[in-house]
Design a protein. Structure first.
Lengths: 270, 285
């Protein structure tokens, strides 16, 4: 493939990518919708333990398709998706752009859902539910109904629901795109704090260069028509990243490199 | 007024808020007082029209005579009311079971839906008055015939609303259920049925009124029945005998029954949805 690996301005103190154990591998994935809508062409990606991968690209580049493929909601036309570890129930969870909570259920019942579908009673997983809600800072909202919460809080519940099964991979499909900027920044910070606390592996779809640089250590830049990977950038900055990182010169340099890569992606199909 | 005005005790409330509070209070009172005023005025006017025009009671009885009929014929009318109520509620119950059952079946299988939905529509759009005579030919039991007629009228709103509700479950949540490997039954139980609840309750409210209409219409068609006859039969019978006050009294009971059914179903709907559904939540501002 033509995908290149750019290594943006370097820093130290990060677990080298090669040392991370692979969890899931996509090999040479094609996905064609109908007869001739090529959503993805020749996509390969290794998701490794502890990665925070952003899929970045213009609309129609197949980021969401890639996510749905990983989630096993759709199946590739050709190529293979292989789990390198045991895929237990709850090993993978998804956070959507909308909080997508069940409005008739309380916050705790919403977080219970993944376990409930495994046939576990609420009492038997009460500890996990409480822990997940505490991680997102909603320990006092167990019995609230979603309509009583703000947009940001609903999104936190959605994240708690994704965390509760201790998944190997969390897929996030532009989870903060619908929120206001102040809330988005706050949730970005909280997400990174979470990541350093529980060391989860995240695949994050976004439109935003700034968000992808701030959050991730691997940025996969994709182009449209057909959807494909054209660059992978590494953001070798240590976690936890603080609010100061947003104004640092390293951050700016990474943003510039990522923007350049994105521009490549935009020009690619013209 | 002897009770202290709570608004007056809060001087810091601004004019707009005070106006809003006053309007809210007036509305609360008006909601009850105005309809009662209208009905009282109508009854008074009705009475006056009868008196002023010296109308004979077999043309138009005054409200007093209707009330008298209601009291004097109470034994007969009450028995009939029970019959009508029995058919109405029976039909509504079957409509709920049948409507929800069919809706679940439809969402479980596209094939079943494609096969049967057109016939549900045909059954719905064909006036029950035109089917009823046939039903009474083929069904021996009069009660069963009445139930079938009322059911035909009542089940469709439940079926169509519930089907819509079952299909309206959030798409992301459907995906999430798939990701977590939910079974078909789990999806139905934990996602589709709760999503359908507001739609179902909306359909139920319509079906409640319709099953009463169905019961009354079916009774008209069934005609003479002797013992165990409902209110519609009483109206017919009283009409033949020119007992107009009793006609009015029976009509009054039917109307009250309809209002009662609607109010009960609205209350059930409110109680079931008050914690989470937009339709049942009071806005703060």
């Amino acid at each position: 493939m033509t995908a290149t690996t750019k290594t943006a301005p370097d820093s130290s103190g990060v677990v080298p990518f090669a040392a991370r154990a692979p969890i899931l591998s996509l090999k040479n994935i094609d996905k064609v919708f109908g007869r001739d809508v090529v959503a993805l062409k020749g996509m390969s990606l290794d998701i490794r333990n502890g990665d925070f991968i952003s899929l970045l690209g213009p609309s129609g580049c197949g980021k969401s398709t890639a996510l749905r493929l990983i989630a096993d909601l759709i199946h590739p036309t050709s190529g293979s998706i292989r789990w390198q570890v045991d895929k237990t129930p709850g090993a993978l969870s998804v956070v959507f752009q909308e909080p997508s909570l069940m409005p008739w259920a309380t916050v705790a019942d919403n977080v219970w859902l993944p376990f409930r579908l495994q046939g576990k009673s609420r009492a038997s997983v009460a500890g996990d539910i409480a822990e997940a809600l505490e991680l997102v800072g909603l320990e006092n909202f167990h019995d609230a109904y979603p309509r009583e919460l703000s947009g940001g809080m609903k999104m936190r519940v959605s994240i708690a629901r994704a965390l509760v099964t201790h998944p190997r991979i969390i897929l996030m499909d532009e989870p903060f795109a619908a929120l206001d900027e102040i809330t988005r920044f706050k949730l970005n910070n909280d997400l990174l704090e979470l990541k350093s606390k529980i060391g989860c592996t995240v695949v994050f779809v976004t439109h935003s260069v700034f968000e992808s640089v701030f959050l991730s250590d691997r940025i996969v830049v994709m182009a449209a028509r057909p959807g494909r990977v054209i660059h992978e950038l590494h953001v070798n900055e240590p976690y936890p990243r603080s609010e100061e990182f947003r104004t640092s010169s390293e951050y700016v340099a990474h943003c510039r490199a990522t923007s350049d890569a994105l521009r490549d992606a935009m020009e690619e199909h013209i | 007024m002897t009770i202290a005005d709570p608004i007056a005790e809060l001087p810091q409330i601004d004019e707009e808020e005070a106006l809003r509070a006053r309007r809210r209070r007036n509305e609360k009172v008006g909601r009850w007082v105005l309809p009662i005023l209208v009905i009282a005025l109508s009854i008074w006017l009705w009475d006056r029209i009868v008196v002023w025009n010296e109308l004979p009671h077999y043309i138009l009885p005054g409200p007093g005579r209707v009330l008298q009929a209601l009291v004097e014929d109470w034994a007969i009318l009450f028995d009939s009311l029970l019959v009508t109520l029995q058919i109405t509620l029976g039909a509504l119950a079957i409509a709920v079971v049948g409507g929800v059952g069919l809706a679940v079946l439809f969402t479980q299988s596209r094939w079943i839906e494609m096969s049967f939905f057109p016939y549900a529509v045909i059954l719905q759009v064909t006036p029950v008055v035109s089917i009823a005579p046939l039903i009474f030919i083929y069904v021996d039991s009069r009660l069963a015939g009445l139930l079938i007629c009322a059911w035909i009228v009542a089940f469709f709103p439940i079926l169509s609303n519930t089907t819509m509700g079952l299909n309206s479950a959030d798409h992301n949540l459907r995906d999430l259920f798939k990701v977590y490997g939910a079974s078909r039954w789990q999806r139905l139980r934990f996602l589709q049925l709760p999503s359908a609840l507001p739609y179902f309750l909306g359909g139920l409210r319509i079906a409640g009124g319709l099953s009463l209409i169905g019961a009354v219409v079916a009774e008209y068609v069934a005609g003479t029945g002797g013992i165990g006859s409902g209110l519609a039969f009483r109206i017919l019978e009283a009409g033949y005998r020119l007992n107009i006050p009793r006609m009015f009294a029976a009509l009054f009971l039917i109307a009250i029954t309809g209002v009662f059914i609607y109010a009960t179903l609205s209350f059930i709907s409110h109680m079931a949805l008050r914690k989470w559904h937009e339709s049942a939540i009071k806005r703060e501002v």
